[in-house]
Write a protein that binds this ligand. Structure first.
Ligand code: GLP
Length: 236
């Protein structure tokens, strides 16, 4: 794993955007895997500012709560519209997010995984990391072998994410998420981490030893991962 420690959040965001830019220059019709949460917001802002050509790009988001209306500002469909889709020239038909309004959640997950494969697989996957070490919504567990699936959110994830909702009881208790197997199939992975709240999770990641109780450590087995973080994560 390559590790890049930036001075601050803005530098981390700019660098992450540079990775996306290079990917698009190398392959204008590439497939990006995209993340939500507060961490990648600065990267999306930079991507919009540098006016990249996204007209040939396809994107797949990692996850969304389930169920949640797509019009709900706390849902990831709304997030992506606000921070990315409305700011760049990516084509609507080339953007994918697990459908948080689907009637049959399992069928939706199966279809999502199949669509990723049909589009040629993910060239560059951007990830954040949860405080408990989750990636996408893959929570700590005994086994992390699934592809896209329905997941019960961990109590500490509901706690952490309740800051975006009016109160904790509004946080959905389930999500649709790419599995660790889906993520591991990406050709290149960039994982972003910012702030002291992620220090413990990143410390586990840096041990370079798989531990299913810290899902991000599965990335140790991937041949092309770059961690871009700020100094605060490293306790500096
Ligand atoms: C959510 C998302 C993850 C994200 C995590 C961290 O749980 N499912 O993909 O990495 O939040 O979010 P933040 O960047 O806001 O700390």
């Amino acid at each position: 794993m390559r590790i890049i420690v930036c001075d601050n959040y803005d530098e981390m965001s700019r660098l992450a955007a540079e990775f996306v830019k290079s990917q698009i220059i190398m392959k204008p019709n590439c497939v990006l895997g995209l993340a939500t949460g507060s961490t990648p917001v600065g990267m999306y802002k930079t991507l919009a500012e540098i006016k990249l050509d996204f007209s040939g790009v396809t994107s797949f988001n990692l996850d969304d709560y389930y169920p949640i209306e797509r019009a709900n500002p706390q849902g990831y469909f709304y997030f992506m519209k606000e921070h990315f889709y409305s700011k760049v020239n990516i084509k609507g038909e080339n953007t994918f997010i697990p459908n948080s309004e689907a009637k049959d959640a399992n069928a939706e997950c199966e279809k999502y995984e199949k669509t990723i494969t049909e589009k040629g697989g993910i060239d560059l996957q951007i990830l954040g990391i949860g405080q408990n070490g989750h990636i996408a919504f893959n929570e700590p567990g005994d086994e992390l072998t699934a592809d896209t699936h329905v997941v019960d959110l961990a109590e500490n994830t509901i706690d952490a994410n309740s800051r975006f909702f009016d109160n904790r009881s509004q946080v959905p208790t389930q999500a649709l998420t790419m599995g660790v197997a889906t993520i591991m199939k990406a050709r290149k992975i960039v994982i972003l981490a910012s702030g002291a709240g992620k220090a413990a999770a990143v410390k586990s990641l840096l041990k370079n030893k798989v531990n299913t109780q810290v899902p991000a450590t599965m990335l140790c087995m991937h041949p092309d991962v770059t961690l871009i973080c700020d100094k605060e994560v490293m306790g500096k």
